[in-house]
Design a protein around this ligand. Structure first.
Ligand code: MG
Length: 444
């Protein structure tokens, strides 16, 4: 497109909360009553082309106002920024934000401030892909390997991955991309579903939803575990009976256990034929994950949705602590840092099975997995994107699942934009939904 003098003119934030705790959707051993929420940001410009950049990070209720405040702390870095430059090189924004010499103290590169950076950086990528009139997966897959490498911050990675090695991976990753794109558009990208397995669901609901998942074409389901061992043994047996022997069964403890406990518990459930145990212990305990992995094999260890940044992923891989890398689109510093995670995983030959669910995480992360298939790992073997079947109707370009596969999005952008009427209804505390609730039912 022709050059413009457009600049970023507004950074609008929204505290959006959905009352999911009413139905125990999303309940697990660590998070029994989440109200799925988004700290949401819109970048507006004076380009006059109708394009906005939408981004968000996911929280589970109380504290979402803190997350919104962190995004607002970045406003000064964004206002007045030239739009052409921002879209031609989102990596400069990402480096400016993570390198802010004062805000950096609040991390560095972890927690609320880093998640805020992720929301803003993802909004910039949404804007860049929209202006290029491509869905983000295609925008990334069409980019030159040299440009992708420049989008990655290799600081503190070079003992495991250098820019030259990354370039090599991306050049090789391109081979056969055109044929893979045809398959992706035709078939989609494999998904697994967590919808049957929330901890708050009774046995009947679990069994019914597990059987339905198989009928819907999923080849893997996941159950939440970790509150009561006897219950978990029974629920895993019921799930296995419902799905039959040919479907993978994963379990997720959401960080609940000590290392020894994780080993004992996983072994007790292994008789139901577990594929992976997810987040068995603290997400910061890299050596603990390595010990668990050694002890529970052939059950695989999966983690990453709470990994702070690319350096934690590097260590998980270096320590032999994971079989499955579960990157999250909105916890680290946005697309740029997730490019680093995809490249690290490829370097170590470990599959990426992205974390999703929440609010809009499925919408975002499908683009990263599809880019990985086209331009990095080149395969969907042993790779699946998590799928959870709620809150999609709040998005303008919701994910489409067909026969257990994510359909490749065709609309330009990052699929991040929420419907204006959903924003108006669920903005906290003054949106039309929350304003009518009793105080005691509010999340804060
Ligand atoms: Mg999980």
């Amino acid at each position: 497109m022709p050059p413009t003098s457009a600049r970023v003119t507004a950074v609008d934030t929204y505290d959006i909360r959905f009352p999911t705790s009413r139905e125990l959707d999303g309940s697990d051993a660590m998070n029994p009553d989440p109200d799925y929420s988004a700290a949401y940001v819109v970048l507006r410009t004076d380009a006059g082309d109708g394009h906005e950049g939408h981004g968000f990070t996911f929280t589970i209720g109380r504290g979402n106002e803190v997350q919104v405040a962190a995004i607002e702390a970045l406003r000064g870095q964004l206002l007045g920024r030239p739009v052409d430059g921002l879209c031609a090189d989102p990596g400069t924004l990402y480096r400016d934000l993570t390198g802010d010499s004062q805000l950096r103290w609040l991390g560095p590169e972890k927690g609320v401030m880093h998640m805020a950076i992720g929301a803003v950086v993802n909004a910039a990528w949404d804007l860049a892909a929209k202006r290029a009139r491509k869905p983000l997966w295609r925008f990334l897959a069409d980019a030159e390997p040299e440009w992708i490498v420049r989008q990655v911050d290799f600081r503190h990675l070079t003992d495991a991955l250098t820019p030259e090695e990354a370039l090599d991976l991306l050049r090789r990753g391109r081979e056969g991309a055109r044929a893979r794109r045809g398959r992706l558009v035709e078939r989609g990208y494999p998904a697994y579903t967590t919808s049957p397995g929330w901890l708050g669901y009774d046995d009947d609901k679990l069994t019914r939803l597990a059987a339905r998942a198989v009928a819907d074409g999923f080849r893997q389901i996941k159950l939440k575990v970790g509150a009561d061992l006897e219950d978990d043994v029974r629920r895993c047996r019921l799930a296995r009976a419902a799905v039959g022997p040919g479907v993978r069964l994963a379990v997720d403890a959401n960080q609940r256990w000590e290392v020894d406990e994780a080993i004992r518990w996983t072994r007790a459930l292994a008789g139901s034929g577990l594929y992976w145990i997810e987040e068995p212990t603290s997400p910061d305990d890299i050596l603990g994950h390595a010990a668990i992995r050694r002890a529970v094999a052939p059950v695989k260890v999966a983690t990453g949705e709470h990994a702070h940044n690319r350096i934690v992923f590097k260590q998980l891989l270096q320590a032999g602590a994971v079989d499955i890398v579960q990157l999250d689109a909105a916890r680290v510093g946005g697309v740029n840092e997730n490019l680093a995670v995809l490249l690290l995983a490829a370097r170590f030959g470990v599959p990426v099975c992205p974390h999703a669910g929440g609010v809009g995480l499925c919408e975002l992360v499908q683009h990263l997995a599809m880019f990985d298939y086209l331009a990095v790992s080149g395969t969907t073997e042993d790779r699946v994107i998590e799928y959870v079947d709620h809150l999609h109707d709040h998005f303008l370009d919701p994910v489409v699942i067909k026969d257990g596969h994510y359909t490749a999005p065709t609309a330009p952008g990052f699929s991040a934009a929420m419907r204006p009427e959903s924003i108006a209804r669920y903005t906290y505390p003054d949106g039309t939904y929350w304003a009518t609730q009793d105080d005691k039912e509010r999340t804060a």
